[in-house]
Design a protein around this ligand. Structure first.
Ligand code: UDX
Length: 477
């Protein structure tokens, strides 16, 4: 069982590799090899310091490594030996050419398929783990068939999209809502589906293992992420309405979430969604619709991203107008840079856009995040984004080391600051000594809570001017 991945932007792939580790934990009789061309990443998996932070992962690796879980850079050897190959390669958004900014780039996938075909001397099940545009499997199958020299080798392609979320990966692996396996019709296709289903059946109840066609499985992944992101954008749109009417978005979310048809999850208004999947998958969906001539469908889903950009921009504008229409040379402490709590991942984090917005208006940002270091922050803020990706950001200033400082504790971050912005919902943010923080800030001291995780009444008692997203505004704001 092999997981090749070749990419420099690899956090999501590492998450996919976690699935392999879970299979090793649950299936002692299977030998699982995680293969990767990246030498330092494999060395990290073989060391005490794993290449990603994920609660509970250390224990899983410790239990299986050297038993039936191995990490190797010898991709060809292990692919040749494998019965099932899970392919988790990067499928980034294309940056040039046809579909730039929306379509998925399948270069790595095609390369992996050519390599698998060239080294295979026995039949294999090829499992598509990366999120790919609908009908990728068809193309991959052609590449495999045309590049395999042995006529007796058979490839059965399955789509098995990954639904685990960062920060909760181990729990998601242990107790998934569903496992989705898409395959071809006919006896061979169905047998391949059942072979993979038998692996999952070791710990997943049968009624949660769904069997579909290849195309349904591929499209389900894009649709699931688009629907989740759409819920957040819907609540974020309502948060703007709440602020202008005096309603409370958390009360609205609670009330509608009680309707069992809506349900309570993914209704938290925020400064914006981030992460490697939501925006990329929606853009991908939009591109597929456009290429199929479904303009209205494309526009519908694109609005989810438009609303997300609006929310980040609105947050920055609120900060500027509240602080007397100028943040020039003011110090703003940023609490949280990761795209969500319990992860050090920063891809598409709303913090990037917010910091760019603040710096463009002359502010100095002092950033603290429990898991994100200075190098990462500086790299993220120095990377120009594509015009088509975030038109609203346009020519935003590329923040340098003068405007952006990264510190190792929250009290230092807020020392001498005019304001604090909460951009990630880390639990620890609720437990600081805010009296001590307030005493060392410039007055009036502002807090802009972009995640609604702080005790706002308590902060107001201390003397802070508090902006709570989607809630009745302080008269001062
Ligand atoms: C997502 C999907 O949830 C997962 O199924 C898929 O496999 C990969 O993409 P992930 O990107 O790890 O997972 O994070 P997720 O928990 O979905 O959060 C995405 C973003 O939405 C984060 O920035 C989060 O803070 C934000 N969010 C989430 C909200 O703003 N409000 C909410 O109510 C929930």
């Amino acid at each position: 069982l092999i997981w090749p991945s070749k990419s420099t932007e690899s956090d999501h792939l590492l998450r996919l590799q976690e699935r392999a580790m879970w299979i090793a934990l649950k299936c002692v009789d299977l030998e699982v090899v995680v293969v990767d061309l990246n030498v330092s990443r494999i060395a990290a998996w073989n060391s005490d310091k794993l290449p990603i932070y994920e609660p509970g992962l250390d224990e899983v690796v410790k239990a299986c490594r050297g038993r039936n879980l191995f990490f190797s850079t010898d991709v060809k050897k292990h692919v040749a030996e494998a019965d099932i190959v899970f392919v988790s390669v990067n499928t980034p958004t294309k940056t040039r050419g046809v579909g730039a900014g929306k379509a998925a780039d399948l270069t790595y996938w095609e390369g992996a398929a050519r390599m698998i075909a060239s080294v295979s001397t026995s039949s294999k099940i090829i499992v598509e783990k990366s999120t790919v545009p609908v009908k990728t499997a068809e193309a991959i199958e052609k590449v495999l068939r045309c590049n395999c020299t042995s006529a007796s080798v058979r490839f059965d392609i399955l789509s098995n999209p990954e639904f685990l979320a960062e920060g909760t990966a181990v729990a998601d692996l242990a107790n998934p809502d569903r496992v989705l396996i898409g395959g071809k019709g006919g006896p061979a296709g169905r047998a391949a589906i059942e072979e993979l289903a038998a692996v999952y059946a070791r710990w997943v109840p049968q009624d949660r293992i769904l069997r579909t066609s290849l195309w349904s499985a591929e499209l389900s992944k894009l649709t699931a992420n688009a629907m989740l992101a759409q819920r957040i954008s819907s609540m974020n749109s309502i948060s703007a309405l709440c602020e202008t009417t005096g309603a409370d978005v958390q009360e609205v979310a609670h009330s509608i979430g009680k309707d069992s048809r809506i349900g309570p999850k993914f209704l938290n208004a925020s400064v914006g969604f981030g992460g490697s999947c939501f925006q990329k998958d929606i853009l991908n969906l939009v591109y597929i619709c456009e290429t199929l001539g479904l303009k209205e469908v494309a526009d519908y889903w694109h609005a989810v991203i438009t609303m997300n950009d609006y929310q980040k921009q609105r947050f920055v504008e609120r900060i500027i107008t509240s602080m007397f229409n100028t943040i020039s040379r003011k110090n703003i402490a940023i609490y949280g840079f990761a795209f969500k709590k319990d992860t050090g991942d920063t891809r598409e984090t709303p913090a990037i856009d917010v910091c760019h917005g603040l710096v463009a208006d002359g502010a100095h940002c002092v950033i603290y995040d429990p898991q994100v270091g200075a190098d990462q922050v500086h790299r993220d803020l120095a990377t120009p984004k594509f015009e088509w990706d975030h038109p609203s950001r346009g020519q935003a200033a590329i923040a340098g080391r003068d405007e952006i400082k990264v510190v190792k504790d929250p009290y230092t971050a807020a020392h001498g600051a005019h304001a604090i912005c909460v951009l990630t919902e880390w639990d620890e943010f609720a437990h600081y000594d805010y009296q001590k923080i307030y005493d060392n800030m410039v007055k009036p001291a502002f807090i802009f809570d972009g995640r609604n995780v702080l005790d706002h009444a308590e902060l107001r008692k201390i003397g802070f001017i508090v902006y709570a997203l989607g809630k009745p505004l302080d008269p001062f704001l």
